[in-house]
Design a protein around this ligand. Structure first.
Ligand SMILES: Cc1ncc(COP(=O)(O)O)c(C=O)c1O
Length: 340
């Protein structure tokens, strides 16, 4: 199979139309078998609930090329389960876990020429989604749904290695205390666009959301979860009902415990107690880990390990998890799904 003629190492995180995508439709209480299609446009009714009432959700995961020429997915079952929870939260029919994984496998196989080679630093990003469609105008669940999966090659997140970046806290909330923060639904992201822009305009990489009830604890770092490494070598990550449960974060907690022998704890992270951390980072599928240089809060700037160098524990966490995803480090049972 001939790979596409792409300068893999120059790829960013941008839309590219690949050859095939998967579409399945739900009507009269059931999903159809789904199929691969070439058309990347989806004609939908003008009254579709996804357009007016945000009845939609999505996922993000990656396929990796391994040294031996294989291709593998990292914990797609976790994305499938999280998407079921998102669907349930906005009254959409759940996609069975097997159907979700099968759709991802089909899309990767059909676009094998687009899967970046091992060692290029690039990966194939998959975007599954469910949208409410069909004739409607009132605020109610849609009569029909579409489950789709498309993909594109994306670049290495860190062009010049893992460089720390700075963040600023915001007064805005992306989700309410008992709202939709735990679900990967579009409204949370629409609600984050303005505060993201304000942070970037001030020269920061993104904003940090505080817990929406008291604004005293760290909730999320833009579209990623926060973690800190304490001075006595514990891995700490926020416990909150309004953050998206990151699959990278649960994986890092296990890596910290089982590979690095650290204690991993989910607990409150007070924004005025950042001194307890020797290192900090943001974690998510896109970058695995983004080291946090410093955080500005109420005019004060707190630096963790360094504004220019990645900390030693953050580096080990990154190398281990990325090694597992690329097939270079032995994975815990059930984390890897071989496509080829
Ligand atoms: C709001 C938000 N938090 C955290 C994450 C990280 O989650 P994951 O590690 O599953 O990619 C994402 C990305 O999906 C996100 O959008």
């Amino acid at each position: 199979m001939q790979k596409k003629d792409i300068k893999w190492s120059e790829l960013g995180f941008s839309y590219i139309k690949t050859d095939k995508r998967y579409i399945s439709r739900w009507k009269d209480g059931k999903w159809d078998d789904g199929q691969l299609v070439e058309d990347n446009m989806i004609p939908i009714n003008e009254g579709s609930t996804c357009l007016h009432y945000g009845q939609e959700c999505f996922e993000g995961l990656k396929a990796y090329s391994t040294k031996d020429g294989g291709i593998q997915l990292f914990r797609p079952d976790e994305n499938a389960k999280r998407m079921q929870k998102s669907c349930a939260k906005v009254l959409m029919p759940e996609v069975p876990v097997e159907k979700f994984i099968d759709a991802c496998m089909q899309v990767v196989k059909a676009n094998e020429a687009w899967v970046p080679p091992y060692g290029s630093g690039a990966t194939l990003y998959l975007r599954p989604f469910v949208i409410g469609v069909g004739e409607n105008i009132g605020v109610r669940p849609a009569p029909e749904y579409i489950f789709g999966v498309f993909c594109m090659p994306v670049g290495p997140y860190f062009k010049g290695g893992m460089t720390p970046v700075n963040f600023i806290t915001t007064d805005a909330d992306r989700a309410a205390p008992n709202g939709t923060g735990k679900a990967k639904v579009g409204g949370n992201y629409a609600a984050s666009l303005l505060s993201h822009k304000e942070a970037v305009d001030k020269g920061f990489a993104d904003c940090i959301y505080l817990d929406p009830s008291t604004h005293t604890k760290i909730d999320e770092v833009g579209a990623a979860n926060f973690f800190g490494v304490t001075k006595d070598n514990k891995f700490i990550t926020p416990h909150s009902s309004s953050i998206l449960p990151s699959i990278t974060r649960i994986s890092l907690m296990q890596v910290a415990k089982d590979y690095l022998g650290m204690e991993a704890i989910e607990t409150d992270v007070y924004v005025d107690k950042l001194d307890m951390f020797a290192e900090a980072g943001a974690c998510g599928t896109a970058a695995v880990i983004t080291p946090i240089g410093g955080i500005e809060h109420k005019g004060k700037f707190h630096v963790f390990h360094s504004e220019t160098e990645v900390g030693p524990v953050t580096k080990k966490l990154y190398d281990t998890l990325y090694g597992i995803q690329m097939g270079d480090v032995k994975a815990p049972e059930g984390w890897i799904y071989k496509v080829k």
